[in-house]
Ligand binder design. Structure first.
Ligand code: GLV
Length: 309
């Protein structure tokens, strides 16, 4: 009974080592090495070849190698009975929170502008934003968004959150659903997107929604590229309504060479590095789910296939 890794993206060996360490005796292999597909009960996946899972008649569970599961959910050929689980990891959430903080501070202190000026040998000071001036909105208040919100709040930032459903009571004001979206957006000058990508959240950051933000607001997208309508973002920045954006995620990754984001002076690009899953940190929960899947027990961090997260 093997635990099989389906990924063409990640370096496999550190995952194999971490999983073997957390689950001694479990056979952990890459999908290219599978000899008998019937023996495979548990898959660990990131950007798997689409359609492949229907070839595994005894597969019980697919675990994402990260927090997001959109790369799994976008495969329409995953048999109904296969359960999907994701990673919820304190290290991953903290990495995201620190990355968000770095970008918030970089925006507030104008680093993007100064580094652009550096290349032109231009010495030009401008006023900066202080913590009490920042009104941060966190979109997506699940395990990660909530952690990011609380982390920033603990540093003195004023925080509001928005999620699809009312969720648990939070220490910050939390809006929910389409009816409360405008009210949430209206009072924000830094928007951090940490939503899961679902058919409902695709394109949620568009001309209409971004137009509701306080004039001069800044966007930080750490969710998925498809949350943003790229052309609308460029228009909102060029019209002066938004002051700029930091983007870590894109519809196509790597971001194509001819994409206008690359050369936009008010857009900062990072190559999807806000949080990189650490195999040693997440291996124990993957092994726990492996045992639970094999024994038919309730899985950890299960994804609602109808909701998409
Ligand atoms: C990264 O984007 C993840 O989903 O873990």
């Amino acid at each position: 009974m093997s635990l099989v890794i389906f990924s063409n993206v990640h370096k496999i060996q550190p995952w194999i080592d971490a999983l073997k360490n957390a689950g001694p005796g479990i056979e952990v292999i890459s999908h290219e090495e599978i000899k008998d597909k019937k023996k495979v009960k548990f898959a660990l996946a990131w950007d798997h070849p689409k359609g492949i899972f229907k070839e595994y008649p005894n597969l019980k569970c697919i675990s994402s190698m990260g927090a997001g599961v959109d790369h799994i959910m976008s495969d329409p050929e995953i048999p109904e009975q296969i359960k999907i689980v994701r990673i919820i990891d304190p290290l991953l959430s903290q990495d995201l929170a620190e990355f968000a903080l770095a970008l918030v501070m970089s925006h507030m202190r104008g680093f993007g502008k100064y580094f652009n000026n550096q290349h032109r040998k231009t010495w030009k000071k401008s006023m900066y934003m202080r913590i009490p001036d920042a009104k941060i909105g966190v979109m997506g208040t699940g395990a990660i968004g909530n952690h990011v919100a609380l982390f920033l709040q603990s540093l003195g930032f004023s925080i509001v959150g928005w999620g699809k459903t009312p969720g648990k009571q939070a220490e910050y004001k939390r809006f929910h659903g389409g009816d409360q979206l405008d009210e949430f957006l209206n009072n924000i000058n830094i928007l951090i997107c940490l939503l899961p990508l679902t058919p409902e959240t695709k394109g949620i950051l568009n001309r209409n929604t971004m137009g509701k933000l306080i004039n001069g607001a800044y966007l930080i997208n750490l969710g998925r590229g498809l949350h943003v309508v790229d052309q609308d973002l460029i228009e909102m920045i060029d019209s002066g309504h938004l002051s700029g954006a930091s983007l870590d995620v894109f519809e196509n990754e790597p971001l194509p060479e001819d994409h206008p984001f690359w050369s936009h002076p008010a857009i900062q690009i990072t190559p999807h590095v806000a949080s990189l899953t650490a195999p040693n940190s997440v291996a124990p929960q993957i092994i726990e789910n492996y045992h639970r899947a094999i024994n038919g027990q309730q899985l950890l961090n299960i994804v609602d296939r109808n909701q998409g997260y």
